[in-house]
Design a protein around this ligand. Structure first.
Ligand SMILES: CC(C)(COP(=O)(O)OP(=O)(O)OC[C@H]1O[C@@H](n2cnc3c(N)ncnc32)[C@H](O)[C@@H]1OP(=O)(O)O)[C@@H](O)C(=O)NCCC(=O)NCCS
Length: 180
């Protein structure tokens, strides 16, 4: 397991799946904001890639996020779009509603940076998030990500186009104490 200050990132367990489906992916508005694909229901037992991990996919590494103390499930975190030629990847995360606003997201971004830069020897990490996602922007910037651009009207979200902000962080600019 990867450890931060407050969170652990571990493999997806079978018992995580119903919780993630009910609390995260069945939220139409929330899913529509966090996912690049349109919302659709996930049937019980379905091998939906958002829930069930495909170990053969080298391009993405999905984690379940748990509280370090006690092991309570907090959400998901993913290193995706892993490109071993350019040594880059994207990061994404989604916390259960009850876990938001408590500093876990900032910690998760830091652990994903450790995994990307230290464990995987990547050179560049990237995040795209909606321009009004203040918590995600702040969690990224606290870890050293810088805003590199605005993708105008790039996301269709529940009836309107929204801009996305593109943030990047290079290995040489990453400091493990960026949050302090
Ligand atoms: C976005 C998300 C991962 C952030 O994680 P989090 O644990 O809620 O964020 P944190 O508690 O670490 O807060 C990070 C910062 O944002 C601020 N913040 C938290 N919630 C906020 C809100 N609703 N509005 C404005 N600022 C907020 C915090 O005060 C903190 O700022 P600080 O570093 O100056 O103290 C989480 O809220 C989430 O999963 N949201 C739904 C899914 C999503 O949007 N995923 C990202 C898709 S790109």
């Amino acid at each position: 397991m990867l450890r931060g200050n407050k969170v652990g990132l571990r493999a997806r367990h079978e018992e995580d799946i119903p919780v993630l489906r009910t609390e995260l992916y069945d939220d139409v508005a929330g899913s529509s904001r966090a996912e690049s694909r349109p919302w659709r229901p996930i049937a019980p037992g379905a091998k939906d890639p958002r829930l069930v991990v495909d170990d053969k996919n080298d391009g993405a590494v999905p984690f379940s996020v748990v509280e370090l103390e006690g092991g309570t499930l907090l959400g998901t975190a993913t290193l995706w779009g892993i490109d071993t030629h350019h040594r880059s990847a994207h990061i994404g995360l989604g916390l259960l509603p009850s876990a938001r606003g408590k500093g876990y997201g900032t910690d998760v971004v830091g652990v994903l940076c450790h995994y990307g830069f230290v464990v995987r020897s990547l050179h560049r990490l990237q995040i795209e998030t909606l321009e009004d996602n203040a918590a995600m922007l702040r969690a990224a910037e606290s870890n050293g990500f810088v805003r590199e651009g605005r993708l105008r009207s790039s996301a269709w979200v529940m009836g309107e186009f929204l801009d996305e902000v593109l943030l990047g962080l290079l290995a040489q600019d990453w400091k493990t104490d960026a949050k302090s």
